[in-house]
Design a protein around this ligand. Structure first.
Ligand SMILES: [Zn+2]
Length: 438
């Protein structure tokens, strides 16, 4: 049934040609966001600490169009900051620049500067595709109906013809959009010169393993040389705080997704480098061990994206510095609280702030460095840790952006204490439990 001839790289020999010709993504890659373009060195230092332990992970600096717009920055500045860090620390391994969550309307300004494009098609999910194309997809893929035996999944996946058509109907337009955006980038940049990710995470419902398989078949039909895919996983991936959901179910589905990807690479000739990308991946401490075990079991790669967790370490560092640093951190909190609705609305589906838990600015103004740091730092065991305070500040980077040079100068004045916090957060709380623990 699975001839795989439909795929554009129909066997592993062809896949070798892909590996030789295209820019490929390393097996383990770590997305880091550097909102104010001041922490690239401290972020790279965390990857170097992992390398010292014998595990290779490459950094990918990601910034979305939304972040650039809010901050008023340009993609060239992310490239410049990354290059300066790589040079300063003597990093000889690859690194990449991710045009995160782009669409056709927003991609162009990234094209000269990025070599990794996250094509976001979540908005097209569920919009009806042309019924003729849905039917053609189903006709082309009889193998997707019935029992699908996938190595390393205990029981076969089961689908009915109606279900395949329903799923194709839900995702086909999104996949076609991804194809359009991919070809637009390929034409401007040359198809061999960038890494393609497709993201479907910013949507209402998670994609099940059978849905993932159908999506991958459709992406292969669309001839997208997909190297990472970001599904929406089960459970809540709130910004800057731990995973909320059924960890056992997450673990089962994550393992099944890895099995589906390994299967789809062979059956549809997708690039051998194809792997999962976990978005909003920072601070999800309770799923790092299940992810680590699954990667080991499947000998699979991973791309984990983080972003705002680093900006919060800037605030932690400022607070820890005391004096003008602490005063500025308190001022940013007070301003954020004053604009709570405006800041939270765009992120409503990915934060969970309890308003009653947000301390009054007058109270915060009386805090010591230690009190501010304890409320903000993501240490779930600390009794003073305040997830609502943390999430408000997570979405509050616009306030810091408005402070302009005052904020940037403070980052420079207190660079040492901030850098220590940035590196330690990424290494101790993220990379170590994700990759190095036993
Ligand atoms: Zn995302």
């Amino acid at each position: 049934m699975f001839a795989g001839q439909e795929g554009f790289f129909s066997d592993l020999r062809v896949n070798q040609q892909f590996m030789n010709k295209f820019l490929t993504l390393e097996k383990l890659s770590f997305g880091v966001g550097d909102r104010f373009a001041h922490q690239a060195k401290a972020q790279l230092a965390a990857c170097m600490m992992v390398a010292k332990q014998g595990v290779e992970i490459v950094p990918v600096w990601n910034k979305s169009n939304r972040e650039h717009t809010i901050i008023g920055s340009e993609p060239a500045s992310t490239r410049a900051a990354a290059e300066a860090a790589v040079k300063a620390l003597g990093w000889k391994k690859p690194y990449h620049l991710d045009a995160d969550h782009i669409r056709l309307e927003t991609v162009d300004r990234f094209i000269p500067h990025a070599d990794f494009f996250t094509i976001d098609v979540a908005d097209s999910i569920g919009k009806p595709a042309d019924p003729k194309r849905v039917k053609a997809f189903a006709d082309r893929h009889p193998e997707l109906v019935g029992q699908i035996v996938i190595p390393q999944i205990d029981r076969p996946l089961e689908t009915t013809p109606a279900e395949v058509e329903r799923i194709a109907g839900k995702y086909l337009l999104a996949v076609q959009d991804a194809g359009k955006i991919y070809r637009h980038i390929a034409q401007a940049k040359g198809e061999a010169n960038f890494i393609t990710e497709v993201s479907m995470d910013e949507t209402d419902s998670p994609q099940t393993p059978p849905e993932l398989l159908i999506i991958l078949a459709a992406l292969a039909d669309e001839k997208i040389p997909l190297q990472t895919i970001a599904p929406k996983f089960t459970g809540r991936f709130n910004k800057g705080v731990d995973y909320v959901g059924d960890i056992k179910q997450f673990e089962r589905e994550f393992n099944e997704d890895l099995a589906v990807i390994a299967f789809a690479i062979r059956q549809y000739g997708l690039p051998a480098t194809l792997k999962l990308s976990v978005h909003s991946g920072s601070d999800k401490f309770s799923i790092y061990a299940p992810i680590r075990h699954a990667l080991k079991k499947f000998n699979a790669g991973l791309h984990l994206k983080t972003a705002g967790t680093t900006w919060l370490e800037e605030l932690i560092g400022l607070a820890e510095a005391g004096g003008d640093g602490l005063a500025l951190a308190k001022e940013i909190y007070a301003d954020a609280l004053g604009h709570v609705d405006e800041l939270c609305t765009p992120y409503a589906t990915v934060i969970d702030i309890k308003r009653a838990k947000l301390p009054a600015p007058a109270a915060v103004n009386g805090w010591t460095s230690q009190q501010f740091v304890s409320a903000l730092r993501h240490d779930p065991r600390c009794k003073d840790f305040n997830p609502s305070f943390r999430q408000l500040l997570h979405v509050g980077f616009k306030i810091a952006a408005k402070k302009g040079d005052r904020y940037l100068n403070a980052l420079e004045r207190h660079e040492a204490v901030i850098a220590k916090n940035v590196t330690e957060n990424l290494f101790e709380r993220h990379l170590k439990p994700l990759l190095l623990d036993r």
